[in-house]
Design a protein. Structure first.
Length: 144
């Protein structure tokens, strides 16, 4: 198992709130997966993309793209999480969300609900065997 550092940023179209936002998740081994932690806009599409082993061609929500300044802000926060982990100062996984509300950046620490029944984590450590069995257990994944 490895530590996962997941970073994403996006800018919505005018009228979509929040207009700009980004997230960084540092998930430590044994602390779950992205499905457990939540925040996937469309878990079903993510599962289908995983089954096809390629990226989804179209974005799930209207978006205008991204901003270099937004990317730099979330990368800086993600690097600080990583540095804190390496220094032994980060005892648990973290999920940070950065949004702009009324022109002001707001940093939120997200707290996912535990998922002891996660269908992905149940296959943790199975390696390629789990991937080859993906078509059989994908319906369970898509229901979660």
């Amino acid at each position: 198992m490895s530590t996962l550092l997941d970073i994403g940023a996006g800018v919505g179209l005018p009228g979509v709130r929040p207009r700009a936002g980004a997230e960084a998740r540092l998930i430590l081994p044994g602390d779950g997966c992205l499905l457990c932690w939540g925040g996937l806009a469309e878990p079903r599409r993510a599962g289908e993309a995983l089954a096809r082993a390629r990226e989804v061609e179209t974005p799930s929500a209207p978006r205008a793209g991204s901003l270099r300044s937004l990317n730099m802000a979330i990368i800086g926060l993600a690097l600080r999480l990583w540095e804190e982990l390496l220094a032994g100062e980060l005892p648990a996984s973290r999920w940070l969300r950065l949004v702009w509300i009324g022109g002001t950046p707001v940093l939120q620490e997200m707290a996912p609900a535990p998922r002891p029944d996660c269908p992905l984590c149940a296959r943790r450590g199975a390696g390629d065997a789990a991937l080859s069995a993906l078509p059989a257990w994908l319906p369970t994944l898509l229901k979660s």
